[in-house]
Ligand binder design. Structure first.
Ligand code: HEM
Length: 389
């Protein structure tokens, strides 16, 4: 265990709103051991940005980690060349060029189809009726698993996300995760003959074409599903909610003074969909007066880094005009999100402009509270809205 000062948290209130405790940590103990999480947390942006690049110390290789055990050994849990080989193999499917030339038009078709299916004037849950199916349909295209439904994509993603955060070892949560990974394996098997006949630009298509070993192909498809459904879903609904609850900010976007991309990036800074990423200490190390032991677990708190007062003025405020170039919402090192360009296209080029163009006078319904939660993965759980017929 590190020699970091100990800070106790109340897991329930930390899930409801982690930011006051994270601000306290940045001020009093930017490196703190939290017994309730069994880990040492890095809360300052500078420590996180430096440490994430020191892969010989802050290793992504966590053989005992829940992700490896439940989802197979994917590229996000590898370091150095072993990681880079797989990243190079799958990147052609999610590169800025492929996203622009190939996926954006498909994303637009998904958005139009889903909006056409919603009765104008109806009271809906924007998360359930737009953000979830849209993210699911886009992820089916990107992964190549077009043989499943968006609801399966969402359920499997949630099953794995819950499984890899299941530090309490709840058997029901683990069983749901196993069911998710088994479902994905069947869907991959079903697509193999199709891909062999007509290889495409999807993640599955390009990884198969690269000759990557099949167990790595499966593990990386599961990784993309675990990290590529919840986050866009939360970011789309979250940005819509943030704009509707900050009319002055929304006016800047509506007038074209600020882009949809800027609005999304500021939301992802303000409430980072991925608030934490774990690392294993690979050798004895020290940061200032804190010493770390080999193999201990460290949490890089991206959600805290994005509210670090040293880098963001009025950090707790949603401000679409702010400079977000220092945001680490997509990571801060070699594991920088491979889906970042696809996400920006899905959310800022397609979802936000389409929804606000088609949903006249979109408003939050006042017949149900908006619920938000989480610290490792954070975002809205629902978003009751209606718009004019
Ligand atoms: C708003 C949406 C998203 C956010 C905020 C997000 C955030 C992140 C973050 C913070 C990491 C880095 C984790 C680390 O350093 O340990 C990451 C990695 C990754 N993300 Fe995303 N993500 C998003 C969407 C997506 C999508 C749509 C896909 C799939 C197409 C995806 C695929 C990946 C992959 C494959 C990695 C691992 C990269 C590597 O290890 O080299 N993400 N994401």
């Amino acid at each position: 265990m590190s020699t970091a000062p100990r800070i106790d948290i109340d897991p329930v209130s930390f899930w409801q709103d982690p930011y006051p405790m994270l601000a306290k940590m940045r001020k009093e103990a930017p490196i703190a051991f939290v017994p309730q999480l069994g880990s040492t947390l890095l809360a300052s942006r500078d420590d996180i940005s430096i440490s994430e690049k020191q892969i010989d110390v802050f290793s992504s290789h966590q053989p005992e980690g829940l992700m490896n055990k439940l989802m197979g050994h994917n590229m996000m849990r590898k370091d150095g060349e072993a990681h880079q080989v797989e990243r190079r193999a799958l990147f052609p499917a999610v590169s800025p060029r492929t996203v622009k030339a190939h996926w954006t038009a498909q994303f637009q078709a998904h958005a139009d189809r889903i909006i056409n299916g919603i009765e104008p004037g109806a009271r809906i849950d924007f998360m359930r009726d737009f953000a979830l199916p849209f993210s699911g349909e886009c992820l089916k295209s990107i992964t190549g698993l077009t043989n499943i439904g968006f609801a399966e994509m969402d359920a499997w993603s949630q099953g794995m996300i819950d499984g890899i955060a299941n530090y309490a070892g709840d058997p029901a949560v683990e069983a749901r995760c196993h069911a998710a990974t088994a479902g994905i394996d069947v869907a991959i098997d079903d697509m193999l003959p199709v891909m062999q006949k007509n290889p495409d630009q999807s993640l599955l298509g390009v990884m198969l074409a690269s000759g990557m070993p099949m167990q790595s192909v499966r593990a990386n498809v599961k990784l993309a599903i675990s990290g590529g459904q919840n986050e866009p879903r939360k970011a789309i609904a979250g940005t819509v909610w943030a704009l509707l609850t900050h009319p002055d900010q929304f006016e800047l976007v509506r007038r074209g003074d600020v882009s949809w991309l800027q609005a999304f990036e500021e939301y992802a800074r303000w409430i980072s969909p991925i608030g934490m990423s774990p690392r294993r200490i690979a050798k004895p190390w020290a940061i200032r007066d804190v010493s770390f032991e080999t193999n201990e677990r460290v949490f890089l708190m991206f959600g805290s880094a994005n509210r670090d007062e040293r880098h963001f003025d009025r950090a707790d405020e949603f401000d679409v005009r702010r400079d977000v170039s220092k945001s680490v919402a997509f990571g801060a090192g070699p594991h920088f999100c491979a889906g970042a360009w696809a996400s920006r296209a899905m959310i800022a080029d397609v979802a936000l402009p389409t929804v606000f163009a088609r949903a006249k006078n979109l408003q939050i319904a006042d017949d149900e509270p908006v619920r938000i939660g989480g610290w490792a993965f954070r975002g809205l759980l629902n978003l009751p809205v209606r718009w004019d017929a």
